[in-house]
Design a protein around this ligand. Structure first.
Ligand SMILES: NC(=O)c1ccc[n+]([C@@H]2O[C@H](COP(=O)([O-])OP(=O)(O)OC[C@H]3O[C@@H](n4cnc5c(N)ncnc54)[C@H](OP(=O)(O)O)[C@@H]3O)[C@@H](O)[C@H]2O)c1
Length: 283
């Protein structure tokens, strides 16, 4: 079903319920928009902010998971079941959230997919398209309808969840690495573009976090963190006003080292690295 049509009906009828405004938390509460709030890091971030009393706009495709979150925090969650590739659906959700709750303080573009991809397979071309559309353009589409209002308010944070995988090209993860490198550069462009506007852009590069995305990785994942621990650390970075952080910091050291490795040494070390499995297209 088209995201916009689903969103008009809302989860459990909530988004379209005109009595909803009477249930809203006070305007002084933090207003947070999170894409990919149905699972993993996005869900943990949503729960973190909800426990602090925030009002959260939760974006993701799986309505039933958003509904479960809403049931836990019935007066604080606005569910928008949508696909981040659907700009019209996100624009409708943004207008609805701003009208009901106000201009967000934080918008987190977290939704993402990861799958093994190899350029030599014709069928993987579609997978490249999917990964780039969700991981890169999905972030642009998530920020776009909020930016003018945040600029006018002269405050707020736009947060992108990138990855250490964007620091160097990982074998077997050609689409994912490329998407996260593109996202890191996009976020930097946006940060400079918004210099002194009052709207800050924050780039978060997680290392390994325990979520469904990493559940079947057939290789060692050093310094792996639980999603709720990662969410707390990410929220701290957002709060303290840093523009860039790797979580956990140990992966930041690894990432910095990787960036400085000369190509011949990087190629030698990584040519035999285990690959993320290629999966049949699940869409
Ligand atoms: N886990 C890690 O180790 C790790 C490391 C570095 C970076 N990251 C990044 O962290 C972010 C979250 O990943 P995760 O580990 O929490 O994975 P996850 O548990 O698989 O969650 C991914 C989230 O993205 C949403 N999503 C995916 N495609 C979407 C679409 N087309 N439209 C709307 N929502 C969509 C999913 O919701 P629906 O399926 O319900 O739509 C889900 O809520 C991703 O950007 C990922 O690349 C993760």
């Amino acid at each position: 079903m088209a995201g916009s049509a689903r969103q008009k009906r809302g989860v459990g009828g909530k988004a379209a319920d005109t009595t909803q405004s009477s249930l809203l938390a006070p305007q002084s509460c933090l207003r947070v928009v999170i894409s990919g709030a149905s699972s993993g890091i996005g869900l943990a971030l949503a729960q973190h902010y909800l426990h602090q009393g925030a009002v959260v706009a939760a974006f993701a495709r799986r309505a039933e998971l958003l509904q479960a979150l809403s049931a836990q925090f019935p007066q604080q969650v606005h569910c928008y079941p949508l696909d981040v590739r659907d700009a019209t659906a996100i624009q409708a959700a943004a207008h609805d959230f701003i009208a009901r709750v106000g201009v967000p303080d934080i918008v987190i573009a977290n939704a993402g997919v990861s799958r093994g991809t190899l350029t030599e397979y014709a069928e993987d071309v579609q997978a490249f398209q999917q990964v780039m559309d969700i991981n890169v353009l999905g972030a642009v589409k998530t920020f776009q309808p909020f930016l003018a209002a945040m600029r006018a308010a002269g405050k707020g944070r736009l947060v992108g969840i990138a990855s250490v995988a964007g620091f160097r090209g990982l074998p077997g993860s050609e689409a994912y690495s490329a998407s996260k490198a593109a996202l890191i550069s996009y976020l930097e462009s946006l940060r400079v573009e918004l210099y002194r506007s009052g709207v800050k852009v924050v780039t978060i590069c997680p290392g390994y976090i325990t979520t469904p995305m990493t559940a079947h990785n057939p290789y060692a994942m050093p310094f792996i963190l639980d999603a709720d621990v990662a969410a707390r650390r990410i929220a701290r970075v957002i709060h303290c006003g840093k523009s860039f952080a790797v979580v956990p910091w140990q992966m930041g050291l690894v990432g910095s080292l990787l960036k400085w490795l000369p190509n011949w040494l990087y190629d030698l070390l990584f040519s035999k690295a285990p690959h993320k499995p290629r999966l049949p297209n699940q869409e």
